[in-house]
Ligand binder design. Structure first.
Ligand code: HEM
Length: 477
């Protein structure tokens, strides 16, 4: 008997997980649309650590315990692939790292990993500081004026990821109009991701040929991005051939590290742009909003930053990474608002998780947002922004699989070091110059689920604007 048959037979002697009855085919889809991530908290509290969406058209299971998560993401990771919704976006991601599987993924991850090593990341530092300073000094951030923080952070992180990928000159050559065309194309992709992973998910999955206007806009957006990337790949190949390469950007690393075809380089580049800018922008947006709601923590952080940048210069890399409060603020913000609110896998063979049978083809959902709000690990104040909880003892005692902003196991985010460095630099540069306030701190933020967790409305903050970062700043008054 084949191994998978044995596993299947063994697994089938275990019960299916319990779960709520829902609307036939849609399952809990509409409830999710109404309640968003709170639905997962309700599921866990009502049904336990392994819960099935009983009425959905496809087998869907949610898992919540660290043991179950470790099993799916680490111990039995080879029995799971990325899920079908992510795969349905292959027009964008192609064979990029986020969705590739098996030997292709293994080879490419190994080849690309060195481009994300700490010494390589340090090469992007000066550019990240420069870009952040430019924005922090922008006259549009005038004292008292309102800023749409998500929009500002998205532009900044897009500029940074493009410069890291393609080098200084390629980005500088972009006219404002071209930059906005790229931003617009990325926005169209985000719209499609949201549409095709929402209540319409089954329709878009089951009828991929159906001529929806949203699908048409999505395809057009992919073409715009492809055209831009392909032009740069072509130019870089010529530079390399002529021995005339400039800088050590990511594309040059991809072109020199392996015998990647242009299509493979395109897939990786597009994946880095998509995986690498909005996630970072969301973390910055949610962090700045939380700090505006909690002025006492913002003041404390500002004071800490002043200590490491006393004469108005940028903090050194070492000082920035030693700043404990900055790390605590970022971790607490990512706990409450993980930019990737769920991780998803598909079982290729039968498995038993937490005592329940997982049938092959099941979607296994790991709802990060709800796991980060589990009282068993985070205490009774799970909904409170309290960076001080992240003491060394707390970090040590926390099961590894219940803090998942960057995932866990072999498929963990390759850009984590890049993102943390970027987030720390941007927060330091901005918070040294601006104090943020929010007009109505008690109005809850409406969120919308997609591949990322985005704010539904503009996140409007007021900046005190324009202070020089010297000790004499009136900032703390
Ligand atoms: C705050 C920022 C970021 C967050 C929260 C984040 C989150 C994640 C998560 C949760 C995963 C795992 C997905 C899974 O297991 O299904 C992931 C994978 C990935 N991320 Fe990030 N990410 C961030 C920044 C970046 C950046 C800056 C880059 C690149 C420049 C990047 C590139 C990738 C890639 C390529 C993968 C797939 C890795 C693989 O499967 O080998 N990410 N990210």
């Amino acid at each position: 008997m084949a191994m998978s048959d044995q596993t299947l037979q063994k697994a089938s002697s275990f019960p299916l997980a319990p779960g709520p009855k829902g609307i036939p085919i849609l399952g809990q889809g509409l409830r999710f649309y109404r309640e968003q991530f709170r639905m997962f908290v309700w599921m866990r509290e009502s049904f336990g650590d392994v819960v099935r969406d009983v009425s959905a058209a496809m087998p869907i299971v949610q898992i919540f315990s660290p043991e179950a998560i470790e099993q799916v993401l680490v111990r039995n990771a080879k029995n799971y692939t990325k899920d079908r919704v992510l795969r349905s976006w292959n027009l964008v991601f192609g064979d990029g790292l986020l969705v590739s599987e098996g030997e292709t993924w293994k080879h490419d991850r190994k080849v690309i990993q060195p481009a994300f090593s700490p010494p390589r990341l340090r090469e992007y530092e000066a550019m990240m500081i420069d870009q952040s300073k430019k924005l922090a000094g922008d006259t549009r951030w005038s004292p008292g004026g309102q800023i749409d923080v998500f929009q500002e952070m998205t532009e900044l992180t897009l500029r940074i990821v493009l410069r890291s990928l393609f080098g200084e000159e390629s980005n500088a050559n972009l006219t404002n109009q071209e930059f906005h065309a790229l931003s617009h194309a990325l926005e169209e992709l985000a719209n499609w991701f949201e549409f095709s992973s929402g209540p319409w998910m089954f329709v878009t999955l089951l009828f991929p040929w159906f001529p929806l206007p949203a699908r048409f806009r999505y395809k057009r957006a992919v073409k715009t991005l492809e055209k831009y990337i392909n032009t740069i790949i072509e130019r870089k190949r010529v530079e390399l051939k002529e021995g005339n390469q400039k800088g050590t950007d990511l594309i040059t690393s991809l072109l020199t590290a392996s015998d990647f075809t242009d299509k493979q380089v395109r897939d990786h580049a597009l994946t880095f742009i998509l995986a690498g800018h909005e996630t970072t922008s969301l973390t910055l947006t949610y962090t700045l909003r939380l700090l505006a709601i909690h002025p006492e923590i913002q003041d404390e952080l500002h004071a800490e930053l002043l200590k490491i940048a006393p004469r108005g210069e940028s903090p050194s890399h070492e000082a920035l990474f030693r700043c404990e409060l900055l790390s605590q603020v970022i971790d607490e913000s990512m706990r409450l608002y993980p930019p990737a609110p769920v991780l998803a896998r598909e079982a290729t063979v039968a498995d038993v998780v937490g005592g329940f049978q997982i049938v092959p083809t099941s979607s296994v959902i790991i709802p990060t947002w709800a796991i980060h709000r589990d009282r068993r690990y985070y205490g009774d104040d799970v909904d409170v922004f309290r960076p001080a909880r992240w003491t060394p003892e707390f970090r040590k005692a926390l099961p590894r699989a219940v803090f998942l902003p960057f995932g866990f196991g072999p498929r963990m985010c390759i850009g984590m070091g890049f993102a943390i460095q970027e987030i720390k630099i941007i927060l330091a540069e901005i918070l040294l110059k601006h104090k943020f306030t929010i007009d109505d701190p008690s109005t809850p933020m409406r969120l919308q689920a997609s591949i990322t967790m985005r704010p539904r409305d503009p996140v409007l903050l007021r900046s005190s604007g324009g202070f020089s970062n010297s000790n004499a700043t009136p900032w703390l008054n």
